[in-house]
Write a protein of this length. Structure first.
Length: 215
């Protein structure tokens, strides 16, 4: 197995669940656009949920240029996590209950994209990554909208993944107990797209909406 890229990314608790290869880390990021970004602001820790996307070996997130989170993260050390809950694992003893999950923790220094063209390109990659073909359908971004948007990115060279799957692990003696044990699988369900009440008549959702998948 590939070794941890740094001491602080080395999974110590249940390290058999650890993976450090780019394919695994990228796969989890690509499967779940929600991340949590942890950073320090005025001497206190904050963890902000937001959306992320990946381009090559970098992870990106964005927001209002007035956002405290983005201002505090710029050129600062951050920790970004992504979590996918795959199941509730129910054992014969409370102690052995667990979750099935895929998660990533990535550490690094967040950098702001300063070149407007690069910033727009990245926002396009974000949109296209979720809904291929959407960017070119949209009203073009104005210079003011671009200015009002900050994009941060971070190299994914210090990241760990942790994955749990499968049934509960009970103490050997407990397998004979008449207690239900197993897994309640979890997945995010997409419902039918809901038209905007102000949608022009006769517009059907495009393929990138009807074919959208997550997880
Ligand atoms: C959905 C979900 C539910 C969980 N429920 C619990 C719970 O109830 N109680 C509990 O104690 N733990 C739970 N965990 C596991 C938890 O995320 C930590 O792995 C665990 O608490 C050990 O933390 P630690 O700081 O001691 O890890 P350490 O092993 O000391 O962490 C060292 C390094 O390992 C890596 N690492 C640690 N955890 C993760 C992770 N989850 N994903 C990616 N890299 C990681 C990081 O790089 C970290 O810096 C859950 C995880 C998920 C995703």
């Amino acid at each position: 197995m590939m070794d941890a890229p740094s001491e602080r990314t080395r999974v110590k608790r249940l390290n058999k669940r650890a993976k450090y290869d780019a394919e695994t880390v990228h796969g989890i990021l690509d499967a779940m656009p929600i991340c949590h970004v942890g950073y320090m602001f005025n001497g206190a820790p904050y963890v902000t949920p937001t959306l992320q996307w990946r381009e090559g070996s970098r992870v990106y997130w964005h927001g209002s240029s007035a956002s405290r989170m983005l201002e505090a993260c710029e050129d600062a050390q951050v920790c970004l996590t992504v979590t996918i809950l795959d199941g509730f694992v129910m054992a014969r003893a409370a102690f052995n209950h667990s979750c099935n999950y895929r998660s990533v923790m990535a550490f690094g220094t967040a950098r702001k994209l300063t070149d407007p063209a690069q910033k727009e390109q990245s926002l396009k990659a974000f949109t296209e990554g979720l809904w291929p073909g959407r960017w070119d359908m949209l009203r073009k971004m104005t210079a003011q909208e671009l200015k009002a948007t900050t994009v941060l990115s971070m190299e994914l060279d210090e990241a760990s993944a942790k994955i749990r799957s499968g049934p509960p692990g009970d103490d050997e003696a407990d397998y004979g107990l008449p207690i239900w044990a197993g897994v309640i699988p979890v997945r995010q369900e997409l419902l039918a797209p809901a038209d905007d009440p102000r949608l022009l008549a006769g517009l059907a959702p495009p393929r990138h909406v009807t074919d959208f998948r997550i997880g």
